[in-house]
Design a protein around this ligand. Sequence first.
Ligand SMILES: Nc1ncnc2c1ncn2[C@@H]1O[C@H](COP(=O)(O)OP(=O)(O)O)[C@@H](O)[C@H]1O
Ligand SMILES: [Mg+2]
Length: 426
Amino acid sequence: MWGLKPKYQLAILALLVLAVTVALTWSLLSHLEFAILMGSLGTGLVAVWMLGLVRGAWRQASQLDEAVPRFVALSGTGAGSSFPAGPSPRPGPSPRPGPSSWSGSVSAISSAPRARAGGAPGSRRPSRKRDERVALAADATVSLGDERRESGIDEVFAALDRQLVGLAPVKKKVEEIASLLLVDRVRQQFGLTAPRPNLHMCFTGEPGTGKTTMALQMGDLLHRLGYLEKGHVVHAMRDDLVGQFIGHTAPKTKRVIEEAFGGVLFIDEAYYLYRASDSKDYGQECIDILMQVMENDRDKLVVILAGYKDRMEEFFQSNPGMSSRVAHHLDFAPYRLDELVAIGKAMLGEASYYLSDSAETALRDYLTMAMDQPRFANARSVRNELEQARLRHAHRLAADADRSWSKDDLMRIEAADIFPTPAFEL
Ligand SMILES: Nc1ncnc2c1ncn2[C@@H]1O[C@H](COP(=O)(O)OP(=O)(O)O)[C@@H](O)[C@H]1O
Ligand SMILES: [Mg+2]
């Protein structure tokens, strides 16, 4: 009917029937009867609507308990992607959390609920804290394999392998940290007390080398091992932490720290907190608060400082107090050409695409050229180029509207879909 979708046709039909019914009852019934009929009809409709509202609110409330925000982006952290895997933080500034014990005037923070590594989306494996576990007799024995299985950390390592191709030295370091916490857990069961290990970290590396992705998995890992209560990650940059006027910085920093309690505070490009050249800068105030929290509130959060390696080293030289509070340094080396190609293939595989032989050569040529560009961002650039390839692939197929395409055609990226983008577009 008039080229309208069936649901609109139905709506028009229903309205017509309603109009005819109203007209008929108006002419057949007395005014009083008509008023009573319409009144009860209206009341019925309002009751149904309110019932729907109550049901919706109930559902939302019960979902809130399960949906733990995995990644809270206080500032933009790069483009999202239609390819699976990797963090997709919601870009743009978000409002802040509700009233805090530190600062009076704060509004609610919005956060992007994410699937946890491994497991079903939104599912949280309950972790048992160090002191909540069953005590063991002095002559008992334990298997670290059982402990590992019980904690569920293998799911995190599986997710890491899926999401991050290569990065063997970084993954080894993460394994070491996990082992430390596993042994710490079983020692606790025997009543062997030791100070809580310091897990503040520094992730150095160029953009797109997997630092944020690793931070997300780290939060999950530390949660499963009972070290962090929630395991979410709050991503912050200088502007989220440092104020522009006197008296602004402390509440700003404390608000972000409070948001991160129970999880990881990931400070990207941490060296921008400190501006040696500007004596009026408030960055030092923020650094002082951070150092205090890193020392005194170790049981509440893990701070990860991230950025380029050389700049982080300079930052630590100017702030030895900060350097001494960071226990683990993980260096994310820039990817070699072969690794970038492997990453690209893995990304495509996750999305059920693959490269033809000639497309692989084209991708290699493209990356060889792109790697020399100043704004090249390692795996992120690969992801972006493959997004473009996917667009070109779709456009190529759609352009030949009458041709029949097979399942394989729908999956195969050809060389024509990957062409070197002019350098200025990188
Ligand atoms: N080793 C890797 N294997 C697969 N994908 C990767 C790898 N390293 C990074 N990526 C992807 O590249 C993108 C950028 O990674 P990200 O963790 O944000 O890097 P960084 O924080 O170092 O800038 C993400 O989509 C991520 O999934
Ligand atoms: Mg990042």
